[in-house]
Design a protein. Structure first.
Length: 309
């Protein structure tokens, strides 16, 4: 393999498209801090974003390395599931994925340490928790994705801790607003994980990767998927009463309702059983999560600008 081919394989392994979500969730926390009247520190945003992006990339490399047996056993990968396929389909040595994961782990921890010079203890605790949980999602000895808590771990790390990191770095405290804003997103993230686990279930089971779909079965997993989608929608009208601005709380519902109606119909018809639907179900699951977060981000930015901050 030439240097150019190896570099291209490493880029594919990092799945840069998925990094967009990290910017949106982290930006959402920062926008909430702005809405609440805090003066924003550009250096805190920068070091925090470096930590978040490095942790994301670390997870991509680590997952492909530690889940290589499951990816090799997977005969039904989709564009969104089954890993990047780089280690399965190219001559890139698996050890390079591990090396990159360890380097990025060091970068995430170094960025967290740099942010700690100005940020308070809550922000550092949130960032460290996110990095540690991200590593042990697939890495031994914990391998959280095989203990029935992987989906909850991702729902906690991606929408909740990432949003909270953006907020606490600017405010120095744990606030209610970012937790409320992240709550429906956590349900949508949980649903998204189930969407990408169903195509992988057979290969995961053969390799001993015990996701919730492997443990419960695809049919029960599809029911849990629908429940998570419903809960994500149902909490939205409750958020203003809990203290979230109505514009930020209800705007995602306008975006989410058409997608949720489509999901409800297709899942009820058993689309999760049909391979031709797997890519679309995963795509729209990701679109629902990222789109709802982006709508919340825009809503808080508009509120921040309207207040003249």
């Amino acid at each position: 393999m030439s240097f150019r081919q190896a570099l291209a394989s490493l880029v594919r392994l990092g799945r840069p498209l998925f990094l967009v979500g990290g910017f949106i969730f982290f930006g959402l926390g920062t926008a909430i801090a702005c809405y609440e009247g805090y003066d924003l520190g550009a250096h805190l945003w920068l070091w925090g974003q470096v930590a978040v992006t490095a942790a994301q990339l670390m997870t991509h490399f680590a997952n492909d390395y530690f889940d290589l047996d499951a990816d090799r056993a997977n005969r039904t990968p989709t564009y969104w599931s089954g890993g990047s396929r780089v280690l399965v389909e190219t001559a890139l040595a698996p050890r390079w994925a591990l090396y990159m994961a360890l380097v990025l782990l060091a970068v995430a921890l170094a960025a967290t340490a740099q942010a700690s010079r100005s940020a308070g203890a809550p922000a550092i605790a949130v960032l460290l928790a996110a990095v540690i949980l991200s590593w042990f999602y697939s890495a031994p000895p914990l391998r959280l994705h095989s203990r029935g808590v992987g989906e909850l771990t991702v729902a906690l790390v991606v929408p909740v801790l990432t949003t909270l990191a953006g907020y606490t770095l600017q405010t120095g405290r744990i606030g209610r607003a970012p937790l409320l804003a992240a709550l429906p997103l956590a349900f949508f993230q949980f649903a998204m994980l189930l969407a990408i686990e169903i195509p992988d279930a057979e290969g995961d089971a053969l390799a001993g990767k015990r996701t919730l779909v492997v443990r419960l079965g695809a049919e029960a997993g599809s029911r849990l998927w629908r429940l998570a989608l419903a809960l994500g929608l149902l909490v939205l009208p409750l958020l203003p009463a809990a203290g979230l601005p109505g514009r930020a709380a209800l705007a995602p519902a306008v975006f989410a309702l058409p997608l949720l109606a489509w999901f409800w119909r297709r899942l009820g018809q058993g689309a999760w059983r049909q391979r031709r639907w797997w890519d679309w179900l995963a795509f729209f699951s990701i679109a629902l999560l990222v789109g709802a977060a982006l709508v919340e981000l825009v809503a808080f930015l508009s509120l921040c600008l309207a207040a003249g901050r």
